[in-house]
Design a protein around this ligand. Structure first.
Ligand code: ADP
Ligand code: MG
Length: 252
């Protein structure tokens, strides 16, 4: 089969992925790497197989969102650890939704890990490693001038939709969606879409069938907390996601 595009030069290499230009301006190719980083890249490792697992999980979750009417950048898979996506202008705001208290929230506020948060809590962080991705206030977000009021409302609406869809989906496969981070961006047509990735690197997922507070963790906290079995945990997530989703489409 002839490829629908030709791979061009590397546009950006991040901590977990490489983004490549193609000969078609409406397409970029994303390669998922095996690199694992945490704590703003203070902690680093190579985890063989992680890139492919995240790519495969992410593809299925993007297609799920699309079926549920949430626009995403995703166009199709290309090989085990590559995706073809729409190029977007990423909004440098990390949108975090928390259904259960965990992680930085519990370090910054007197809320015990595991406390259910109803309604879910939405936090915005300024995406810039040089500043350590700080929590944004409304006033700081306005001062940065990154989004109009309408765009911000749309970003939050989409994030809550993503939460509703993913939370129900994961619950049906025995996983609790504790929290997650998404990135959104504007397409060439000016549409705000969910971009980047949705994977155990960007979601906290707890196995509902396991009571032990460490053993139930199936996400990047296994790496952050040196719990071991990181790739095995991501593999378990893919196994369950695969069992509940159609095979993702191949681009081209
Ligand atoms: P980071 O180290 O910033 O987390 P990643 O390795 O996770 O980077 O991803 C690479 C970069 O690609 C990120 O800056 C991310 O915002 C960006 N990105 C994700 N999706 C798209 C897209 N559709 N178009 C352009 N850039 C994107
Ligand atoms: Mg990233």
């Amino acid at each position: 089969m002839t490829a629908a595009y030709t791979l061009g030069s590397l546009i950006y290499e991040g901590k977990a992925k490489r983004v490549f230009q193609t000969d078609r301006p409406e397409l970029v190719a994303v390669e998922f790497k095996d690199d694992a980083t945490a704590f703003n890249a203070l902690k680093k490792a190579q985890l063989a197989g992680k890139g492919e697992l995240n790519c495969q999980i992410s593809a299925r979750l993007f297609e799920l969102l699309e079926r549920e009417g949430v626009p995403t950048h995703y166009l199709g898979l290309q090989g085990r650890s590559w995706q073809v996506v729409k190029p977007v202008s990423i909004v440098p705001v990390e949108v975090v939704i928390r259904n259960v208290a965990a992680g930085s929230l519990c370090k910054q506020m007197p809320i015990a890990a595991g406390t259910p948060l109803e309604p879910p809590l939405l936090d915005l962080y300024y995406k810039d490693d040089a500043y350590g991705d700080p929590l944004l206030t409304d006033a700081r977000l306005a001062r940065l001038g990154l989004l109009t009021a309408d765009q911000r409302a749309e970003l939050e609406r989409l994030a809550f939709r993503v939460n509703a869809v993913l939370r129900a989906f994961f619950a049906a496969i025995g996983l609790q969606l504790v929290d997650f981070k998404i990135e959104l961006g504007f397409t060439a047509a000016g549409e705000l879409v969910v971009a980047d990735e949705i994977s155990p690197d960007t979601c906290r997922l707890w196995d509902l069938q396991v009571a032990d507070a460490s053993d139930r963790i199936l996400d990047k906290d296994r790496f952050r907390q040196d719990l071991g079995g990181v790739v095995e945990a991501y593999g378990e997530v893919l196994k369950r996601v695969q069992g509940a989703c159609p095979e993702p489409r191949i681009y081209g």
